[in-house]
Design a protein around this ligand. Structure first.
Ligand SMILES: [Zn+2]
Length: 46
């Protein structure tokens, strides 16, 4: 019943592709304040 706990509560590191800002969020941060878009760094490390 509670098997939805996998990645939902885990923070991922996102890096802005434009300014290089690093943020840690449990969900995708969307657009950066500089107007760039964030990429999940964990994906490229795997
Ligand atoms: Zn940025």
């Amino acid at each position: 019943m509670y098997d939805v706990v996998e990645e939902s509560a885990r923070e991922s590191t996102y890096e802005c592709l434009q300014c290089g800002k690093i943020v840690e969020r449990t969900t995708h941060p969307g657009a950066c304040s500089c107007g760039g878009s964030f990429q999940n760094r964990a994906m490229s490390l795997e």
